[in-house]
Write a protein that binds this ligand. Structure first.
Ligand SMILES: Cc1cc2nc3c(=O)[nH]c(=O)nc-3n(C[C@H](O)[C@H](O)[C@H](O)COP(=O)(O)O)c2cc1C
Length: 176
């Protein structure tokens, strides 16, 4: 059976990121016919500049766009920074505005943060604007994340574990 390719982006670039650990958790718990690649080069994406958004954009942009184009689905898992999306994630998404690469693309959207409400709302609005395909079953806000995951990436809160498993099941079901 052909693997279903998922390209996963975390909005946190720090080493011990809870959001990165959540993506690892998803990779470990999603059905074996799904292949999850976690993007680790978000901090290498140049600052968006319309003047560079030409037929020949920077190489890193071609690489990112091709990963999105080649994936059957995308998962974004991000913290909220100062009531919004982390700048590096928003920057990467800005590079997608002039394209249609997210149009009708199946996406799963998670904000895992201390609070995260406003950042999550903005993430949904941005991805809706990019015409990505998601609904209430494929988006999730996890608040108080630092107390819900341990250093090894184990989910230590039962409600969060269930919510994440429901998210994974709903995300998978889109590909049935
Ligand atoms: C620059 C900065 C701004 C932050 N602003 C917010 C915020 O507005 N809302 C919030 O819920 N958490 C905020 N936080 C806390 C993050 O939610 C928390 O550090 C989270 O664990 C980061 O995710 P990570 O573990 O994947 O890096 C902020 C953290 C940083 C470093």
């Amino acid at each position: 059976m052909k693997a279903i390719k998922i390209f996963a982006i975390t909005g946190s670039t720090r080493k011990n990121s809870s959001n990165f650990k959540i993506l690892k958790h998803i990779s470990a718990h999603i059905k074996p016919n799904f292949e999850v690649e976690i993007f680790e080069d978000l901090d290498r994406i140049p600052h968006f500049n319309s003047d560079l958004d030409t037929e020949n954009p920077p190489e890193e942009i071609n690489l990112l766009r091709n990963k999105i184009i080649g994936a059957d689905g995308i998962i974004i898992c991000t913290p909220e920074y100062v009531f919004s999306l982390p700048g590096s994630l928003k920057n990467a998404l800005e590079w997608c505005v002039s394209t249609t690469i997210f149009s009708n693309k199946k996406v799963g959207l998670i904000t895992a943060s201390a609070s995260g409400e406003m950042g999550h709302e903005q993430l949904l609005l941005i991805m809706k604007t990019l015409e990505a395909k998601f609904d209430d079953n494929t988006q999730l806000l996890i608040q108080g994340i630092r107390g819900k995951i341990d250093a090894e990436g184990k989910i230590i809160n039962e409600g969060t574990e269930v919510a994440l498993q429901n998210f994974i099941n709903n995300f998978e079901n889109q590909f049935l």
